[in-house]
Design a protein around this ligand. Sequence first.
Ligand SMILES: [Zn+2]
Ligand SMILES: [Zn+2]
Length: 155
Amino acid sequence: MSRSVTGGCRCGAVRYDLTPDRLPPVYCCHCRDCQTWSGSAFVEQAVVPANALSITKGAPTEQAFTTPIGVISRQFGCPACFSRLYTASPSRPGMLTLRAGTLDASDAVMPIAHIWTKRMQRWITLPDGVPAFAENAPADAFAAILSRAVRGEAT
Ligand SMILES: [Zn+2]
Ligand SMILES: [Zn+2]
């Protein structure tokens, strides 16, 4: 029996499967935009290959969002309950940024990095040993963290 990681929106109208059958590496962004956009303390994001995600129920609705620097990202969410599920951006071709809080096993997520901690809400204490960056992580440092996490979970 093939198994996959599952998730979906709050109301259940849109459901997805993610392969392979393990939680993807998740990082948290504590920036103000992410707080405002999520209506929460931070966002949990997982960067996954676009072909790893399949919609198994419903159809996400799509909105284009133009960032202040002119990048047009495609936002996918539930048309009924407005849960934002994932984003496709030309800055990450072939990849999707999944909102990890939509995973059914979101309680099992252990973030591998935190960024924009200078904007982090004051009540949060990060665990020791998890890389944290005051603003965006340098691309090479972040890539190294991601690849370590992927290798670690694959063994
Ligand atoms: Zn929904
Ligand atoms: Zn952010």
